[in-house]
Structures are given as structure tokens and as C-alpha cells.
Ligand binder design. Structure first.
Ligand code: HEM
Length: 782
């Protein structure tokens, strides 16, 4: 916290003045000792940036660093707000030398006519967006698909070279060269002088984000000057024939159409910066990810056993240990960040690695959780108008590298080593990554077919909700002659994912093609167990038959979730729970919660006979006379029209059971407020798209600064993804709420079953997978 110089009265100041140094910020405030000591070129920052600034994230989230001459921002919300507003926070200093160099070094650079200028990442509006729009196409998921075979082939060929050696330096022997080769392919640059390009790239990184010692500066300047000249030569050669694939060639072709947008200076600067952006970031990110995963053997084992976990593991590694820990912005006017005054002209170091470990946004932020539902909220790729254009190429590469290595070298482990990093603020990855294994145990020796298997790459952002987990059947117990209770635990005794009343899991019933959804009916406070109850349905698709007949205690099962489409509103004044038959399962946890919260509630439970009704004893013990049992054979059917005769404001009705019962309830609730009746939906056709009945509309994306057209035959979600905008999604039917986006303007045509009527009427959020614009345009906070 920077304290105004005038606020010296100890009683008014929350900061211990003994913690203040002599240094002052540009606003005249004293600077704390820790802020004064902050030095991102120290090894401690390189080794673990989020840990290095933990104190700041917790106590002094925005501070001035006298050593750097920058204001440092460390919390998630503040950093996202900075990224979101690229007019107030200009990116123009992103490629500026962070450490001013000597006259002599500057003269060396000048001797090479070095003139690195605006690319994309450091270009202001409106020039930036005009250029980004013109140059975007090769980065779209559609265009990126074509690179997948090349990336895979390269990854395989490099692993072939060392697989029988029993040890490797993954950085030197794979992770540097493969991303460099991919980058050159992507850019359309011939693969020549790879070693030289590696040295040049490092020099560029040191020149821009490092603190070269005076004696190093000349060497760096020569390398950077040479890199600049080489970039010019490559460009000249490309200009002779810009046909064929490659982003830089595409840029040259676009220059003919838009000479003011794609300028000569841009092309030359981008040729150099692009090689680094496309390569070093990804090489470092993969090395960081592998180091992290091998340091967490359980996570490593899980992705070896189940490659479908890899896309989210990649995202979690980018969050936990990303390759671009910090980025820069310039304040163009007086502004406040996190309540601290920042004068116009201030330079900001925004530490995304710290944001990614911010407890306010990520639960157990320091924990590596490869199933984390919001991993992809990380800010490692930046956010908003300048968000990394190459993110999906990087994700694809990282998935393929992990897939090849987990499949072919699952027994790989880290060697004893200390990790070294090139000191700089923004490009971070270990210089070496030594691993070892026993080649005699290479799985492909026993099973050569393994070499042929390939897991599909997920282009774009993964959805944490969609990933599976293996559980063990701890116990199976009959509750009635047709219903069994299953208790599921983690194979390694670790806690199960948290869940709330109304949640369900998807259970894979013997084969990945047959999956059934079951509500969780245990106690959400029990961290070790998930409980479901399964009714044997002989006429069903076979899922319940498999569970009843084939499953035994000790067996392993694959589940997805928990997910919650049937959320319990804890603010209700009064609740009526209505369950029919096996529909009691989601109601059990809700009723328990209502009881805990002291809500006035009644639980109506119907069935053919008491003998067919699961959980009766437990429910009656817990709920006493709030439980009303309607057993058909006792002639005590639930009379809904009597029960729901008079609508009561503030009363919610939660119902689950056979379709006929739910339809009857809907009729009886016709005169109730629309949101009063809440029903569990497992499928919905409300969002099914019929292009003949739809109209196209436009969405303006406020944070990204672009407008996307959604044709009549396409969902908003698909149109956003096609434009490289990250939006999570899971069910694709408007059931689960994971693709919710915020709406700033325009009338929404809601087609989901998640939002309540009042939420719809508020007109400020929508489900991108199914809902559309009622008119011709929407403005979204994306
Ligand atoms: C911009 C990170 C891979 C091309 C950026 C930015 C970051 C970043 C932090 C600035 C974002 C902002 O200012 O909001 C990363 C990371 C990568 C990666 C962590 C790998 C894990 C790539 C790849 C390419 C690429 C593979 C090219 C093929 C770009 C471009 C921009 C950019 C062109 C400028 C976008 C603009 O300003 O409009 N990247 N990047 N990046 N990146 Fe990446």
C-alpha cells in the first residue's frame, strides 16, 4: 500500500511506518521496504514469480518499485481491468527495453539500422484493431487444424531420437527446436540456421525484458542487430514470392490490399518479434508444464492413464506455472488501480503469474488441480483486445507434446537438478530439463501398436466441467428391490470434488458411449464420498442394468462432474419439495440444506408403495413431520391442485420425478409466479437451431474490440469460437450454465433452462450455446 506523504498520523494510517523505506513513489508516497526490495531480475522471481510477490498480492496489491521505476500490479481483478481497458492502459511499451542500455550498445544497434517499431502487441488503437482484424484469419481454429499433423510428426520424430537413451535434456533435445520449427512453418519462414535463431531469440528477450550487465550489453546488441537484419533479408526474399502458406506471407499479400494497415515497418518488426512470440513462449510453457507435472506424480500418472485430461492439464499448467509471468502497460491518464492513484505516464508491470494464484479468483490457488473448472480463466495469454492471437496454436502444441510424452514415456521422472532461468521479467522457462527413465520399460517395446494411437487435440479453450475422473466403488447396498445405493471414493484417498445440492454426475456405464446422469444424494459436507442411487430400468438403454448386474465393490468407474443444473436458491423464504420415485435423489441434499438453514419447508415424497421408496427411514428421522409420504397402495396420492391452490410469494417449489408428475405440476403452478416451480432438466430441445426460423445478428465484443456476425445457421458459441474468443461450454443445450456470457446492450432471446424469469428479465446475461439476439445486435462483455 502506498501511503500519501501527508498521512503521517499513526492512528489514521493502516501501515506500520517501520515498514516504510526512504524511497518515495512518483506520487510522493513512502514505499514499503518490501516494495523497495522488489527486483524481478533476482533468482527468487525467476524460480517462482507468484511466491515472490505473495506478500504484495495479500497486503500491498499495487505498489511502486523504485528499482524498476514501474508500478507493480498483482491481483487478478486489477490486472484483468487493466487488460480490459487498452485506451487508458496503452500497450505501447510492451516491447520497450526495460533496462536502458549504454550509449555504446545503442550505437551497435544503430549500426545495424535496428528499428524495431510497432507490431501488434505494442500498437495503440485504432491502428491495432484494424491490423489485427486483417491478419486474424490464419489463427482461427479452422485454419489451425491444418497444422496438427505437422506438429505431431515433429514431436514423434524428436522423441524417436532419444527414446532409447534412458535420459534427455528435454529443453535442448526437443522443447526448443520443435516449437521453433512449428513457429517457422506457421510464419512461412524457411527452416535455416535454427541454432542461430535460438541465440538471437534469447538475445531479443534479454534486450527487451532483461537486465544485461554492461559487459553483456554489446554482445546482446550485436545479436539483436543481426536478428533484425536477418528478419529483413527473410522478408525481402518472401516478397519475391509471397504465395503459399505462412502468416508472414499472408501479411505481405494483405499489404497489397491494405497498405496503410499492414505497413513495411510492421512487417519487418513482426518478422523478428513474431519468431520469438510464436516460439519462445511455447517452448518455455511446455518446459514449465512438464517440470510441474513431473513434480506432481499423481497428476502425471493421471494424464498418462487418461489422455482426455490433457487439454485441461495444459490450461492448469499455464495458470500455475505459465511462461509469460508479467506484461507491461502505460497509463495514459491519471487513474486509480485497486484504490491507488496512478499518475498519467506511469509504467505498469502487471504480474499475471500472481493474478493466476489469486485466492480471490481461484480456490486453493497454489494447488495444481488438473480438473479445475476455471483453469482457463488464467491471464497468461493476456486478455481483451490484445489477447494472444497464437493461444490456440500454443495449446495445440502443448497438448501434442504432452500426449506423445505421456504415451511413450509414462515412466519418465525428473533427474536431481537445480533449475536456471534467463533473468527477465516476462519470458520464463527452465534453461534445461533433465529427465531419465528405464528404456527397457518403454511401453512401445512390448506394444508397438501404441505408436499408432492418437488422442484428438482440442483446439480452443477446454471446459473443466467436461473432464472425467476415475473413482472406486466403495460400497453397493440395496435400498429397495429395484434401487441400489453406490458410494464412490477417490482411488488415492484424496478428497472428492466439492458439490452443492442439486448436483449430478455423469457415470460411464461400461463403455464411453453409454453414460447416465445420477443426482448426488449424499452429504455435501462429506469430502471423501460421492453417493448416488440407481433405479434398475429394464426398458432403459442399458446403463442401470450394467450398474445393477456388472458392477462390484472395488471396481473403477469413470465419472464426469459434478455439475449443477438444478441449483437450490438458499434465499427462499419457504420451500415445497416434491419428489416422485427415484426423483427423490436430488431433493435429499436440498431438503437437508433447507433444514440446516432454518428455511420453512415441506417434503412431499410419492411412490407406488413404501417398499419401493428409497431413503424413507433416513428422511423420516431427519425431517420428522415435515416429511409427507404419499404411498399409492395406501391410497394417499399427492393432491397437487390442493397443495398448490394458492400461490405464495417467496415460496419455491423444487420437483423431480416422472414426466407425468412434472407436467401435472406445471399445470397446477400456472397461476404461480413463473420462477416458483423449479424442475430438474436432464435434456432440453429449446435451443435446437432451425436456420429457417432464425435471423442473423451481430455481436459487438466490448473487451476484445471486435464485432462478430452470427449467421442464422450458427450458434453464438460457435461464432465466438470461430473468432478465437474463449468461452467455456459443456452441455451445448442450455442446461448447465457453463457458457454464460455477460450482456451489456441489446435484447436477448433466451433459450436456456438455467436462468430464472427475473434473471431473464434483467437482460444482462445469456447462454451462448443456445440463446440469441431478439433484435439485430448484442454487445457482450468479452
Ligand atoms: C500476444 C502470451 C504463444 C502470437 C501475447 C500476449 C501475451 C502472450 C501475454 C500479450 C497479450 C496482451 O497484451 O493482452 C503467449 C503465451 C504463449 C504464446 C504464454 C504460449 C504459451 C504465441 C504463439 C503465437 C503468438 C504460438 C504465434 C503463432 C501472439 C501475437 C500477439 C500475442 C501475434 C499480439 C496480439 C495483439 O496484440 O493483438 N501473447 N503467447 N503467441 N501473441 Fe502470444
Amino acid at each position: 500500500m502506498n501511503i500519501p506523504a501527508s498521512s503521517t498520523a499513526a492512528s489514521a494510517c493502516p501501515v506500520d511506518h517501520r515498514a516504510l523505506s526512504e524511497a518515495r513513489s512518483p506520487t510522493g508516497c513512502p514505499v514499503s521496504h518490501r516494495a523497495a526490495a522488489f527486483d524481478p531480475f533476482e533468482d527468487a522471481y525467476q524460480q517462482d514469480p507468484p511466491e515472490y510477490v505473495r506478500w504484495a498480492r495479500e497486503e500491498e496489491p499495487v505498489f511502486f518499485s523504485p528499482k524498476l521505476g514501474y508500478w507493480v500490479v498483482t491481483r487478478y481483478d486489477d490486472i484483468k481491468a487493466v487488460f480490459r481497458d487498452n485506451l487508458t492502459f496503452s500497450p505501447s511499451i510492451a516491447l520497450e527495453k526495460i533496462t536502458p542500455t549504454s550509449e555504446e550498445a545503442n550505437a551497435v544497434l544503430a549500426s545495424y539500422n535496428y528499428a524495431m517499431n510497432r507490431t501488434l502487441v505494442n500498437e495503440d488503437e485504432p491502428a491495432h484493431m484494424a491490423r489485427r482484424r486483417v491478419l486474424m484469419e490464419p489463427f482461427t481454429p479452422e485454419a489451425l487444424k491444418h497444422h496438427e499433423p505437422m506438429v505431431r510428426e515433429l514431436a514423434r520424430a524428436y522423441v524417436d531420437r532419444f527414446i532409447d537413451d534412458g535420459k534427455a535434456d528435454l529443453v535442448d533435445q526437443m522443447l526448443w527446436e520443435v516449437p521453433l520449427t512449428v513457429a517457422l512453418h506457421f510464419l512461412g519462414v524457411p527452416e535455416e540456421d535454427m541454432d542461430m535463431l535460438r541465440q538471437y531469440s534469447i538475445a531479443h528477450t534479454v534486450n527487451t525484458w532483461g537486465r544485461p550487465r554492461p559487459e553483456e550489453q554489446l554482445k546482446v546488441a550485436h545479436a539483436v542487430g543481426n536478428f533484425w537484419q536477418l528478419a529483413g533479408k527473410i522478408l525481402d526474399k518472401m516478397r519475391q514470392d509471397p504465395s503459399g502458406p505462412g502468416w508472414m506471407k499472408y501479411g505481405i499479400r494483405k499489404q497489397a490490399e491494405y497498405p496503410e494497415v499492414v505497413t513495411d515497418s510492421y512487417l519487418h518488426s513482426m518478422m523478428m518479434a513474431g519468431i520469438v512470440a510464436a516460439h519462445e513462449t511455447t517452448a518455455n510453457a511446455t518446459a514449465n508444464a512438464l517440470k510441474l507435472l513431473l513434480q506432481h506424480p499423481t497428476a502425471w500418472r493421471e494424464i498418462c492413464e487418461d489422455p482426455s485430461l490433457i487439454p485441461n492439464a495444459v490450461e492448469e499448467c499455464l495458470r500455475h506455472n505459465g511462461s509469460v509471468p508479467a506484461w507491461r502497460r502505460l497509463a495514459t491518464k491519471d487513474v486509480q488501480i485497486g484504490g491507488i492513484d496512478i499518475p498519467a505516464g506511469s509504467k505498469l508491470l502487471i504480474v499475471m503469474a500472481s493474478a493466476n494464484h489469486d485466492q480471490r479468483h481461484f480456490d486453493d490457488a497454489d494447488m495444481l488441480d488438473i480438473r479445475r473448472a476455471n483453469s482457463s480463466d488464467h491471464l497468461t495469454f493476456g486478455y481483451g483486445a490484445h489477447q494472444c492471437m497464437g493461444k490456440n496454436l500454443a495449446r495445440m502444441e502443448m497438448q501434442i507434446f504432452l500426449e506423445e510424452l505421456t504415451r511413450r514415456l509414462p515412466h519418465m521422472r525428473l533427474c536431481e537438478q537445480s533449475f536456471t532461468y534467463v533473468p527477465n521479467t516476462s519470458f520464463r522457462g527452465p534453461e534445461h530439463l533433465l529427465v531419465e527413465w528405464d528404456p527397457a520399460q518403454n511401453p512401445e517395446r512390448a506394444n508397438p501398436a501404441l505408436l499408432e494411437s492418437v488422442s484428438p487435440v482440442r483446439i480452443g479453450e477446454p471446459s473443466g466441467h467436461a473432464i472425467s475422473r476415475t473413482v472406486v466403488v466403495d460400497s453397493i447396498e440395496p435400498l429397495t428391490s429395484e434401487i441400489m445405493r453406490l458410494r464412490l471414493v477417490a482411488p488415492d484417498g484424496r478428497p472428492m470434488p466439492r458439490w452443492l445440492p442439486g448436483s449430478h454426475i455423469d457415470v460411464e456405464c461400461g463403455t464411453p458411449e453409454l453414460s447416465r446422469q445420477y443426482s448426488l444424494c449424499g452429504d455435501p459436507a462429506d469430502p471423501a464420498t460421492l453417493e448416488i442411487a440407481v433405479l434398475h430400468e429394464p426398458e432403459g438403454r442399458g446403463g442401470s442394468r450394467w450398474i445393477h448386474q456388472a458392477l462390484k465393490p472395488g471396481d473403477r468407474l469413470k465419472i464426469r462432474g459434478p455439475r449443477n443444473h438444478f441449483r437450490f436458491d438458499e434465499t427462499a423464504k419457504k420451500v415445497i419439495f416434491i419428489a416422485g420415485g427415484i426423483g427423490i435423489t436430488p431433493i435429499i441434499a436440498m431438503a437437508r440444506r433447507a433444514r440446516e438453514l432454518g428455511i420453512d419447508y415441506a417434503l412431499h415424497y410419492s411412490g407406488r408403495s413404501r417398499a419401493t421408496m428409497a431413503y424413507l427411514d433416513e428422511l423420516s428421522k431427519l425431517h420428522g413431520d415435515r416429511l409427507h409420504v404419499h404411498a399409492g397402495d395406501e391410497g394417499r396420492r399427492n393432491d397437487f391442485s390442493a397443495l398448490l391452490r394458492s400461490p405464495e410469494a417467496g415460496t419455491h417449489i423444487y420437483a423431480c420425478g416422472p414426466l407425468r408428475m412434472l407436467e401435472a405440476l406445471e399445470q397446477c403452478c400456472a397461476s404461480w409466479p413463473e420462477d416458483a416451480l423449479r424442475i430438474e432438466h436432464f435434456e432440453s430441445s429449446r435451443g435446437t437451431l432451425d436456420p429457417a426460423k432464425e435471423h442473423a445478428f451481430e455481436v459487438e465484443l466490448k473487451d476484445s474490440g471486435i464485432t462478430v456476425t452470427v449467421p442464422a445457421g450458427q450458434t453464438l458459441l460457435d461464432a465466438l469460437r470461430g473468432a478465437n474468443i474463449d468461452v467455456q461450454s459443456d452441455c451445448g443445450e442450455g442446461l448447465c450454465g457453463s457458457c454464460e456470457v455477460r450482456v451489456l446492450a441489446g435484447k436477448i432471446d433466451h433459450r436456456d433452462v438455467v436462468l430464472t424469469r427475473s434473471e431473464r428479465e434483467a437482460n444482462n446475461k445469456m447462454m451462448a450455446c443456445c440463446s440469441r439476439a431478439a433484435g439485430s445486435k448484442l454487445t457482450l462483455e468479452l
